[in-house]
Design a binder for this molecule. Structure first.
Ligand code: AMP
Ligand code: MG
Length: 317
C-alpha cells in the first residue's frame, strides 16, 4: 500500500487532507501524532494499518480547545474539571466517559475515551482547521520509539500516510501524562512531563497504576505492549561504570558519565533535556548499528519518573 505522502508546512493544507478522510501526521509538544477524523471509522482504521498497531490499543482524541470535550465525552466530575482547568492545553491526557457517537475503534471497545488539548502552536492551528476532533496515537511504526521530529515520522510512515505536517522537533519528547478520571480516586496510567507531584497539587488522592503482571488484565490497554524500543539492546544502570566493553559498539546516555569505551555518547544537562533527546538518540543509534545502549536511570521525581518508565519499557522490563 504505497501512498504519496505530501510533506507540508501549512496546517490548513494538512487539515484539508484530514477532513477528506486522510491520515495526517502532525507535531505536538510531546511527540508527533498520526491523526484521523475521530468520527470517520474507515480513516481511524487506517491508523492501525499504517502503524501495524494492535486494535485493542486505544487512541487519544486531540481537541482544539476544552470546549470540544462535549463532542466526544460527557459527565465530567470535579477531578476531571480541576485537572483540565489547570493543565489544558498541555501534555496531559484525561480519560473520561465516552459518548456513543465516538466509534468503538477509537477506544478499542472501552466505554471511556482519552482526550488531550496540545499546546503546540502548529498543532493548535491544525486542529482549528479540522472539522472534528482528531484521534491520534504517536506517529511511529508500532513498537518503535515515538517520533520527536518530522524526519523520524517520514522514516517510519513515508508512503503509508497521506500528509505530514512539518514543524519543529517536539520540545518535551515523551508521550503525554495520562490520568483516568472515571475511577475514584483517579489513577495515573502513564507518567509524562506533568509529574506526580504537580498532579497531586490538584488531586491529592491520585493513585499510581501498577504495571500489569503476565495474564492480568491491563488497567490501560497500552500497558501490555513493549513500547519505545530501539533495535539495539538497552542496559540500565543507576550510575556510570568506569568503562564498558568496546565490542559490540556501544552508546551512552545519561546525566553523568560517559564511561570509557563508548562509540557515541550524550550527557544531558537536565532531566528535561534527557527526555527531549532520548527517542531521537535511540533512533540515531539504530541508524549507526550500535549494539548496546547504556542508559543511566535519572532520579525518580518530576519528569524523571517518565524517563525511567520509558527506559524500563525499552529494556523490555
Ligand atoms: P500513544 O500515545 O501512541 O501511546 O497511544 C495512546 C495511549 O493512550 C494508549 O496506548 C493507551 O495507553 C492510552 N489510552 C488511550 N485511551 C485510553 C482509554 N480510554 N483508557 C485507557 N488508556 C487509554
Ligand atoms: Mg505510541
Amino acid at each position: 500500500m504505497t501512498k504519496q505522502t505530501v510533506v507540508t508546512d501549512s496546517p490548513a493544507e494538512a487539515a484539508e487532507f484530514l477532513n477528506r478522510g486522510g491520515l495526517v501526521a502532525f507535531p505536538t509538544e510531546t511527540v508527533y501524532g498520526l491523526g484521523a477524523d475521530v468520527f470517520n471509522h474507515g480513516s481511524v482504521g487506517g491508523i492501525f494499518t499504517a502503524k501495524g498497531r494492535p486494535s485493542d490499543n486505544p487512541l487519544i482524541v486531540h481537541l482544539r480547545s476544552p470546549e470540544q470535550i462535549g463532542e466526544v465525552a460527557s459527565g465530567l466530575n470535579a477531578h476531571a474539571e480541576a485537572l483540565i482547568g489547570r493543565f489544558f492545553p498541555g501534555p496531559l491526557t484525561v480519560v473520561l466517559s465516552k459518548n456513543r457517537s465516538v466509534p468503538e475503534i477509537v477506544s478499542a471497545g472501552l466505554p471511556t475515551v482519552g482526550v488531550r488539548c496540545p499546546s503546540h502552536p502548529v498543532a493548535a492551528e491544525f486542529l482549528k482547521h479540522c472539522r472534528h476532533p482528531v484521534a491520534a496515537p504517536s506517529a511511529n511504526l508500532s513498537g518503535r520509539p515515538s517520533p520527536t521530529d518530522w524526519k523520524a515520522v517520514f522514516h517510519d510512515l513515508g508512503g503509508r500516510i497521506d500528509c505530514l505536517l512539518r514543524g519543529e522537533p517536539s520540545t518535551i519528547g515523551l508521550e503525554s501524562t495520562i490520568v483516568d478520571c472515571t475511577v475514584d480516586p483517579p489513577l495515573l496510567l502513564r507518567s509524562g512531563a506533568i509529574g506526580l507531584e504537580l498532579l497531586r497539587e490538584v488531586v491529592p488522592e491520585l493513585q499510581v497504576a501498577t504495571s500489569c503482571k503476565p495474564g492480568e488484565a491491563p488497567k490501560s490497554p497500552g500497558m501490555k505492549y513493549r513500547h519505545y524500543s530501539p533495535e539495539a539492546s538497552v542496559v540500565l544502570v543507576e550510575a556510570p561504570p568506569h568503562a564498558i566493553p568496546t565490542a559490540p559498539p556501544s552508546a551512552w546516555i545519561g546525566l553523568s558519565g560517559p564511561p570509557e569505551g563508548v562509540f557515541r555518547s550524550m550527557v544531558c544537562r537536565s532531566p528535561e533535556e534527557y527526555a527531549r533527546i532520548l527517542f531521537g538518540f535511540f533512533r540515531a543509534c539504530d541508524a549507526e548499528g550500535i549494539g548496546t545502549i547504556w542508559c543511566e536511570l535519572p532520579p525518580e521525581e518530576g519528569i524523571g519518573r517518565a524517563i525511567r518508565d520509558r527506559l524500563f519499557k525499552a529494556a523490555g522490563k
